[in-house]
Design a protein around this ligand. Structure first.
Ligand code: ADP
Length: 457
């Protein structure tokens, strides 16, 4: 049995990958557990990470093309993704000294005490399709660095970058069994990984619905979970903000990956007196975007990942318009005939209300939905009025007000006068139903370790 992998821009069959299931998942976990019987020093692990970073950058162009082919994003964005992914391996390669044992400064009850950071064991890494390389790098780099062995389950739509990354890891000297990869339908593999007693950590990025399944299925086994789930990011523009800069930041943030990222602005809140001006600045910029096959020069927006994604975006726009939102910019979208070529031309909606689906759910598409607000307490309440809490952005000139707003936003990542998202050096993750745990930074490394306190010698 195999699963076809298609180019979402053209429908070209790129590859067929094995459709593996429960039995293979169990075999992979057992292989990972056996690989852990041979330990690896911090220096060895650091060398693996450095080697993978170098391998990625040496093959940067080829890897970027693979990302665009299987995912659809513009090639320029795919190159940035390769650099970003390499950044996680490079960062952790330099930070493993934090895993050195830490002796307490003096004996307690007459004996010495030492805190160790042991590898947690076998880690299951389950990744989505929007960043087929980077989402895996965020997990694999700290897992390898912490001394874990991994079983990877990439998204069934985009497994090829994960396969390529495994080859790079092998070339960088990572021993057989430290990294195992399963392609195939998600549910049986996911369930097997949740239920196998030797899987100690499950690190997952994807929808909140799937995160809940993993939590439920792993509960009887008390596994450690790191979950990076859906967001519904507010992007707040106060009247005193530099509106041009805020509009530029919105463009860079919103249209990456055709709007299919969990950190991209989903709800734009603009203070009423500047709403019309800000909307006009955004429309001007959106009008300049070029949509097409990501392999072509100058393309800003590629296709959506599949027809279901297209239909969700269309439903959000249609329902918003029916409920009184105004289309400030954007042509009508042509329904796709296939699972590929699902292009959705960018849309700007004004007069959006919080009750509309386009604000309540993550649209995951090239739609800028704009509402207005009147004062800071109001907008903070509305921004927090969601079960999600991943990323939020605010734009204003008054630093004290910005600090107040940031402190009251229930989001794991807050950008002040910047639309930038996560970076390897800093922890990133969600509050509320956006997840558990953090990726990136030292916090991301400790997700894959068990702290052990040894008293006595
Ligand atoms: P998205 O809406 O982003 O596709 P999903 O949560 O469906 O989010 O998918 C993210 C990843 O989770 C993919 O690798 C997918 O195969 C996997 N996945 C989906 N359902 C399950 C499941 N029941 N168990 C384990 N993994 C799953």
């Amino acid at each position: 049995m195999s699963l076809p992998v298609h180019n979402p821009a053209t429908g070209e069959l790129l590859a067929e990958v094995p459709a593996l299931g429960t039995e293979e998942a169990n075999q992979a976990v057992n292989a990972a557990a056996r690989a852990l019987e041979i330990g690896a020093s911090l220096a060895e692990r650091s060398n693996w990470l450095r080697g993978i970073a170098e391998g990625l950058l040496e093959g940067r162009e080829e890897m970027a093309r693979l990302i665009t082919q299987e995912q659809g994003k513009p090639l320029a964005e795919a190159r940035v993704e390769v650099d970003y992914a390499a950044g996680f391996f490079r960062f952790y390669a330099e930070e493993l000294h934090h895993l050195e044992p830490r002796p307490l400064p003096q004996p307690i009850r007459d004996v010495p005490w030492t805190i160790h950071h042991r590898p947690a064991g076998v880690a299951a890494l389950i990744t989505p399709w929007n960043f087929p390389l980077a989402m895996l790098a965020k997990k694999l780099a700290p897992a390898l660095g912490a001394g874990c062995a991994s079983v990877i389950k990439p998204a069934e739509l985009t497994p090829l970058c994960a396969i390529a990354l495994c080859h790079i890891a092998t070339a960088a000297g990572v021993p057989a069994g430290r990294i195992n990869l399963l392609t195939g339908p998600p549910s049986p593999i996911g369930k097997a990984l949740c239920e196998h007693p030797l899987v100690r950590v499950i690190s997952f990025t994807g929808s909140t619905a799937t995160g809940k399944i993993l939590l439920r299925d792993s509960a009887p086994h008390i596994k450690r979970l790191a979950l990076e789930l859906g967001g519904n990011a507010p992007f707040i523009v106060f009247a005193d903000a530099d509106l041009e800069a805020a509009a530029d930041a919105l463009m860079a943030n919103k249209f990456r990956c055709a709007g299919q990222t969990c950190v991209c602005a989903n709800r734009v809140y603009v203070e009423a007196p500047v709403a019309a001006k800000f909307e006009a600045l955004v429309c001007e910029r959106v009008a300049a975007l070029k949509m097409g096959n990501g392999m072509e020069d100058g393309v800003d927006i590629g296709p959506l990942i599949n027809r279901a994604a297209w239909e969700k975006v269309e439903r959000h726009v249609r329902e918003a318009e029916q409920a009184g939102a105004r289309r400030a910019f954007g042509a009508a979208a042509t329904p796709p005939e296939n699972e590929w070529g699902c292009y959705y031309p960018p849309v700007v909606l004004g007069g959006v209300r919080d009750a509309m689906a386009v604000f309540r759910e993550e649209t995951f598409g090239p739609v800028v939905a704009i509402a207005t607000f009147n004062y800071k307490g109001e907008v903070v309440g509305r921004a927090n009025g969601t079960p999600h809490g991943l990323a939020a952005y605010l734009f204003n000139a008054d630093a004290e007000k910005a600090r107040w707003v940031a402190a009251h936003l229930q989001f794991g990542h807050v950008g002040i006068n910047t639309g930038t998202g996560p970076t390897p050096e800093a922890p990133f993750g969600g509050m509320k139903q956006s997840g558990l745990g953090r990726e990136g930074g030292l916090e991301g490394l400790f997700e894959f370790t068990e702290t052990q306190t040894v008293a006595g010698s």
